[in-house]
Design a protein around this ligand. Sequence first.
Ligand code: ADP
Ligand code: MG
Ligand code: ZN
Length: 485
Amino acid sequence: MTSIKYETVIGLEIHAELQTASKMFCGCSADYSSAPEANTNICPVCTALPGAMPVINAKAVEQAILVGLALNCTINPHNTFARKNYFYPDLPKGYQISQYDLPIASEGWLDVPADSGKGTQRIIIRRAHLEEDTAKTFHRGDHALIDYNRAGVPLLEIVTEPDFRSVESALAYATKIRAILRYLGVNAGDMEKGILRFEANVSVRPVGSDEFRTRTEIKNLNSFRALTRASTYEVERQIKVYENGGQIVQETLGWDEARGVTVSQRSKEHAHDYRYFPEPDLPPLELSQAYIDSFHAHLPELPDAKTERFLREYGLKPQDAALLASERSLADYFETVVKQTRDSAQTVCNWLTGALLRQVNELGLSVDAIPVPAVHLAQLIDLAFDKTINGNTAKSVLVEMFQSGRAPKEIVEAQGLGQISDEGVLKEMVIKLIADNPKEVTSYLGGRETLLQWFIGQIARATKGKANSQAVKQLLLDEFEKLKK
Ligand code: ADP
Ligand code: MG
Ligand code: ZN
């Protein structure tokens, strides 16, 4: 039996709640996570009382346009809304208002690293459309409790073509989408809160084939880890089914995090199951070209462009540039420090990607809220640059800065951490050290050059690490040179 090799095929759907003050079609607060009680942010529109009329949230439209432009999409001037009919208790109207044949954004793309490891591959984004979120259901014993505070919160659904050929590239894309949404300030990316959710459509086919096979759809993936594990599991499961001569049925799956398996939820519904029809309570949304174009001016420099610029402008390594550019706040912090220190951008990069992020992670902080002001980090870097303190002292001062919020100069002065660079003082110490240790000196002069480190260490100990070790080394070499003559 020859064994066939299979290729992964994935298409992603990403649901992102938009960060508007009010819901998609009414004036209720969209901030359901800080609502004091269930079913308080509700009104006749979002609970679908007879006669209530929806109104389109202009802020949600603005945010959707920004995302569309950032993803290289065409923004469609003529938009319509449709009713997607399905019965579910978390959907009070019995339908969801969504966009069907005319979405706000279509035909975009995003580049992710190529599967070969060299260069990039372009993922085609089929569409991004506006819709509304459902209510939240909680299960208590035999009962289901429903909180309508989330019902009607604006959602943007971003759909790719089945362009991914590996789980890794799907993950890279999802990570990049999250970064872009955060850059645009339209979604904070908190997956554990459910404001960003992934759906992976997965199929496999023999390598070399250009026909797509039947896919399954894994719903409600709430973390990158779940996206990765669920897709990987599903690829392997499908390959096994084919290897055993079976067929894949198109169905909707859930991901059981605890057991690490996908589970069937229902057979796939098709578009006709939803009986889409134009939303009769909303007129088409017409956007003028001038209005659409005005958003180009509001687009910030996005992660890829920023990475490129950091490479060009500061000569950073690609990995460092990408890390700093992955978060807008981190990138801004980096550039503020670079402007304020006398040391190089590379040194600032080393501090940020090393000691600073280590503290942030250890303390469980967010990069949005680094408690050390950029100007303080710049001062610390300058103190090391001027050799007022040595590198190790600088690192412990940083830890102290995180704890106390004090400026580095204050900490150095208060604790007497200044480095001893005074040649006179150091020279005296070196001469005394040489006089006190004749055996080690003879041994060093006899060829055991590794002893140099031991001499430097003695001075470091005597000064509690405050001696400028470069200066000590030079003084020692000078004295030994004299002794050789
Ligand atoms: P539907 O209209 O039934 O929702 P679509 O064709 O619009 O189906 O696709 C929905 C998602 O599934 C898209 O992200 C698409 O890329 C993906 N997809 C479609 N066919 C496949 C396939 N054979 N394998 C993997 N993903 C697929
Ligand atoms: Mg879907
Ligand atoms: Zn409402």
